[in-house]
Design a protein. Structure first.
Length: 356
C-alpha cells in the first residue's frame, strides 16, 4: 500500500507542475482534465502526508527511548510513541478506504422511484412522507428536485412518484435507500387506536445520461396522451405526456411534467436509459450478490431495509442494526447520520472483500 501511495504522491506532484506549464495552460481541455485528476488525488495525498508525519514522530520517540535515562522523560516518550502508533493504525484504515475503487455513479444525479406498498391509503400517505423526507434532505444538500411522473390521489395519498435529484454527489447520498421501507403507526382513520404496519418501496437509479446504453427505436412502443393530475393539476389540451415501453424487457416509463412533448420525451428516454442500466447491472452482479452480500445489503426491491416506528419515535435500519430515536427530525430530512453510517458500513465490507 505504501508503494502505491508514494506513486500517487509522485503523480500528484507531477500534475501540480504541469498545471502551471504555459503549454498546458494554453490547452484548456487538457488543463481541465489534469486539474480534475489532481483534485481527485488531494484527499489521498493530504492523508498520506499526515501518515508520514505521525510515522516520523513515532520513530523519533522510539529512537530517543534507546538512550533516555530520566524516568519522567521515558514515560513521556512512551506515551508519545504509543499515541502515534494508535493514530497510525487509524490513518492506515482511512487510507485504505480512500484507495477503494470509486463508484463511477457517485458524483452524478439520481432518479428515485417511490411506490405505495401494502396498507392501502396509509401506504400511500407513507409514500408521500418519504417523498417529503427526501425533498427536505435534498434541500439540506442544496440539490435540485424535479418530478418526472406522479400518480397521486386525494388527501396527500401518493400511489407512486418518480423524481430526479440533481447536484454533484447526489447519487452517493441516496444510493442506500433502495428497498422496502416499513412504517408502524396509528392511521388517522383508525378510531380504535390500533397500530398498523404499511410499506412503501424505493428504487434508486443513477442517471444514465452519459452511459453507453444503446436503445433501438424498433424496441420501443411510444404512446402520447394528455397530461393530467389530481385536482386538475397540469391538465393539458394537447397530447404532451409520453409513455415509452421497452418491448424486450417490458420496462415502462412515462413523463408528463413538462408542457412540451419533446421535453417529456427527452426526460423519458433518459429515465429509460437509467432503468435499463440498472436492469443490466443487476443481471451482471447477481452472481456476485449470491456469492457474498455486503453488510449494507444489495438494496433489492424485496428487501426490508428500514422500519419507522411512530409510537416509539424511532427509525431502525436493519442492514446495519442502527436505531435513531428522533423520528420527527428524521422525517424532516435529518437523515445524514444514517447515510454516513451506511456509507461507512459499505466501505468496511469492501475492505473485508479485499482482504479475503
Amino acid at each position: 500500500m505504501i508503494e502505491r501511495l508514494k506513486k500517487i504522491k509522485e503523480k500528484f506532484e507531477e500534475l501540480t507542475k504541469e498545471l502551471i506549464d504555459p503549454a498546458v495552460l494554453a490547452d484548456m481541455p487538457s488543463w481541465q482534465k489534469k486539474s480534475k485528476e489532481q483534485a481527485e488525488l488531494i484527499p489521498i495525498v493530504e492523508k498520506f502526508d499526515e501518515y508520514l508525519k505521525v510515522e516520523g514522530d513515532m520513530q523519533d520517540a522510539e529512537e530517543m527511548l534507546k538512550s533516555e535515562k530520566d524516568a519522567e522523560m521515558v514515560n513521556m516518550l512512551n506515551e508519545e510513541y504509543y499515541s502515534a502508533k494508535e493514530k497510525l493504525k487509524k490513518l492506515e484504515e482511512e487510507l485504505k478506504i480512500l484507495l477503494l475503487p470509486k463508484d463511477e455513479n457517485d458524483e452524478g444525479n439520481v432518479i428515485i422511484e417511490i411506490r405505495a406498498g401494502v396498507g392501502g391509503d396509509e401506504a400511500g400517505l407513507f409514500a408521500g412522507d418519504l417523498f417529503r423526507m427526501y425533498n427536505m434532505y435534498a434541500d439540506r444538500n442544496r440539490f435540485k428536485v424535479e418530478i418526472l411522473d406522479e400518480d397521486a390521489g386525494e388527501n396527500s395519498v401518493i400511489k407512486q412518484v418518480n423524481f430526479m435529484v440533481s447536484g454533484k454527489g447526489a447519487f452517493a447520498k441516496f444510493k442506500y435507500e433502495s428497498g422496502v421501507h416499513r412504517v408502524q403507526r396509528i392511521p388517522v382513520t383508525e378510531s380504535s387506536g390500533r397500530i398498523h404496519t404499511s410499506t412503501a418501496t424505493v428504487a434508486v437509479l443513477p442517471e444514465a445520461k452519459n452511459v453507453q446504453i444503446e436503445i433501438n427505436e424498433k424496441d420501443l412502443q411510444i404512446d402520447y396522451y394528455r397530461a393530467g393530475g389530481a385536482g386538475g393539476q397540469h391538465v393539458n389540451k394537447t397530447e404532451s405526456a409520453i409513455r415509452i415501453t421497452h418491448i424486450p424487457t417490458g420496462i415502462i416509463v412515462q413523463c408528463q411534467d413538462e408542457r412540451s412533448q419533446g421535453k417529456n420525451k427527452e426526460k423519458a428516454l433518459n429515465w429509460l436509459k437509467s432503468k435499463l442500466y440498472d436492469y443490466y447491472q443487476t443481471q451482471e452482479n447477481s452472481e456476485y450478490a449470491e456469492k457474498r452480500r455486503s453488510q449494507v445489503g444489495g438494496g433489492e426491491r424485496c428487501e426490508k431495509i428500514r422500519t419507522y416506528n411512530y409510537p416509539q419515535s424511532r427509525v431502525t435500519d436493519h442492514r446495519i442494526n442502527m436505531t435513531i430515536y428522533s423520528l420527527e427530525n428524521f422525517m424532516n430530512g435529518d437523515i445524514g447520520e444514517m447515510v454516513e453510517a451506511l456509507t461507512l458500513a459499505d466501505q468496511q465490507a469492501k475492505l473485508a472483500d479485499l482482504n479475503d
